[in-house]
Design a protein around this ligand. Structure first.
Ligand SMILES: *[C@@H]1O[C@H](CO)[C@@H](O)[C@H](O)[C@H]1NC(C)=O
Ligand SMILES: *[C@@H]1O[C@H](CO)[C@@H](O)[C@H](O)[C@H]1NC(C)=O
Ligand SMILES: *[C@@H]1O[C@H](CO)[C@@H](O)[C@H](O)[C@H]1NC(C)=O
Ligand SMILES: *[C@@H]1O[C@H](CO)[C@@H](O)[C@H](O)[C@H]1NC(C)=O
Length: 398
């Protein structure tokens, strides 16, 4: 049948070959046979129809994903119905292309728009259970059914919150997440110091308790989760600064990780001191120890009674902090008119700290004394009144 349908002009070839020498004839006839076979194979494919579908695809978890299959129909074929089977070979969705309302199937998938002779379905939100091989079946008339297969691998990425800052002595909380906890065997946190040394901090493996490495014992905690992993360190110190990598050891894929870097601040507690260096001249120092170094400005810098701009010096302390001293020299007359303040700016502060040099402390003290005095007087009055009242009552009673 095939030969009849798809054959080359066989008789013509045979005719010609009668004139050839024996060898050429054999050669030619085998060539002809080859061609015939090729053509007939193409014909068979063409006649029976064929489904093409991507063999393997990666679908990110928690997002919609569209699968598609394309059929090349045989001559005269009509597409009656399309069926999709899920990873367990259960019917996922079926429809008849000629009828709009014929779609039926599971809730979590829908038919996606697609060109002619192509069928596409969308998984509304890909989950771990959607991993596996899907079958699309095209029921053709009259040639029969044709099927294609696409295998889906569900993937996820490790995401980390951005870089963090923490205040020395307080808590630092770092977190990472991975959307496919079913594939995770273990979550491991590593610390890489600025010098490049890397060491384990904590880990959590399936069906066990979180493990905290000795240097972090009693001051680090890890959530027992294979998806949302949170590492807390409290109290945090300058030595904890650096980058932290959360590694998700997944199976069968390789290890996936993300990195977040931690900066540790030491907040300043600024102080002001001053002394008379010569008659009518006062030298004031504003000092603060912090990490990173503070920036100090004075409110009276522009006043014409200051003797030049402030002089700033920095001293590195052994523990990673920096001492900043800003020295301003002023005429003592200035202090009588203005409350001279140093303003300390630091990245860890929402607003600068203002430290007043002179009068402010005096006024504060005055206010405190007056308030205390008034309160004491009130209490005495009250006691006196009560005492009076009781005396009266006792007198009445008697
Ligand atoms: C589904 O059917 C295919 C063959 O059509 C088979 O290879 C596969 O193992 C089946 N899957 C399940 C889960 O039964
Ligand atoms: C986090 O900090 C590291 C090192 O300080 C830097 O290389 C990286 O770009 C930072 N990442 C973000 C998102 O700011
Ligand atoms: C201010 O600081 C400088 C440098 O440390 C020091 O020499 C000076 O005595 C200080 N002055 C006051 C008033 O504390
Ligand atoms: C300083 O400036 C004030 C005005 O702001 C002016 O009245 C005063 O004379 C100035 N003093 C000196 C010493 O220049």
């Amino acid at each position: 049948m095939i030969l009849v349908r798809g054959g080359l002009p066989w008789s013509w070839k045979a005719h010609e070959c009668l004139l050839c020498p024996m060898q050429t004839m054999m050669c030619e006839s085998s060539l002809v046979r080859c061609l015939q076979l090729l053509v007939s194979l193409l014909m068979v494919v063409r006649l029976q129809g064929k489904v093409t579908a991507p063999e393997r695809m990666e679908a990110p978890v928690e997002l919609p994903f569209t699968l598609s299959c394309m059929v090349s129909k045989g001559r005269g074929d009509i597409l009656k119905q399309v069926r999709w089977l899920d990873v367990q070979n259960k019917t996922l969705l079926t429809y008849e292309p000629s009828q709009k309302d014929s779609v039926s199937g599971q809730q979590h998938v829908e038919l996606a728009p697609s060109p002619k002779d192509t069928s596409a379905i969308t998984i509304r939100r890909v989950g771990f259970r959607d991993e596996g091989c899907y079958t699309c079946i095209f029921d053709l008339y009259p040639s029969g059914s044709q099927e294609g297969r696409t295998c889906l691998t569900v993937t996820s990425r490790v995401t980390a919150e951005g870089n963090k800052t923490a205040v020395s002595g307080k808590a630092a909380v770092l977190s990472c997440s991975y959307g496919l906890p079913e594939k995770v065997q273990q979550v491991l946190w590593r610390h890489t110091a600025e010098q490049g040394d890397s060491s384990g901090v904590a880990s959590y493996a399936k069906r066990s308790d979180p493990m905290i490495e000795p240097p972090y014992q009693e001051r680090a905690w890890l959530t027992p989760s294979l998806s949302h992993s949170q590492l807390s360190i409290r109290p945090v110190s300058i030595q904890d600064e650096g980058c932290y990598t959360c590694e998700y050891h997944t199976y069968p894929e390789r290890t996936k990780s993300a990195t977040v870097c931690l900066t540790v601040f030491v907040l300043p507690k600024p102080q002001v001191s001053y002394k008379n260096t010569s008659p009518g001249v006062i030298e004031a120092n504003c000092t603060a120890v912090s990490r990173p170094p503070v920036e100090i400005v004075w409110n009276a810098e522009r006043d014409n009674r200051t003797m030049g701009p402030p002089v700033t010096s920095q001293l590195q302390q052994g523990d990673g902090t920096t001492l900043v001293i800003s020295t301003l020299t002023v005429q003592s007359g200035l202090l009588k008119d203005v409350s001279v303040k140093c303003l300390v700016h630091h990245k860890g502060l929402e607003s600068p700290i203002a430290v007043s040099m002179n009068t402010k402390i005096g006024t504060a003290l005055t206010i405190l004394i007056s308030v205390t005095t008034v309160a004491a007087l009130l209490v005495i009055c009250l006691c006196f009144c009560l005492w009076k009242c009781f005396l009266r009552k006792e007198d009445d009673g008697v």
